[in-house]
Ligand binder design. Structure first.
Ligand SMILES: [Zn+2]
Length: 127
């Protein structure tokens, strides 16, 4: 008698196609960090006018996760959830900027500072 069922077959099974649809695309972390977490903008987002297109008429919005909730109870339980806490942790880290990407590619300021020192060193060798 062989094994009738493989164990742990559902591990890490995610709907990849659904996650990549533009319809479900939310705001990026850096957008939230730079624009939405500003106190003025945050107050605006939390007190949105009634919108019949959005879930819960756009009255229960989580700024950190850029997500609408149906009821106040759903929103408060979301604030206590792991998903929201993980998101808050991610938002505390500094956003990936253009400067950082340039530094990684060797185009930033660190690269610009080096050539003069090399040139001085070469001059010393020549003289
Ligand atoms: Zn949240």
């Amino acid at each position: 008698m062989g094994r009738l069922r493989r164990s742990r077959v559902h591990n890490a099974r995610r709907d990849v196609h659904r996650a990549s649809r533009t319809r479900v695309r939310t705001r990026d972390l850096d957008q939230i960090q730079m624009l939405d977490l500003d106190p003025k903008r945050r107050a605006e987002l939390e007190a949105q006018p009634l919108d019949f297109e959005k879930p819960g008429l756009a009255q229960h919005y989580c700024v950190e996760c850029a997500k609408y909730y149906e009821t106040d109870a759903a929103l408060t339980s979301h604030w206590r959830s792991k998903v929201h806490k993980r998101r808050c942790k991610q938002l505390k880290e500094p956003a990936y900027t253009i400067e950082e990407s340039e530094r990684a590619a060797g185009l930033g300021r660190a690269e610009r500072r080096q050539p003069p020192t090399v040139a001085v060193g070469m001059q010393d060798v020549e003289t």
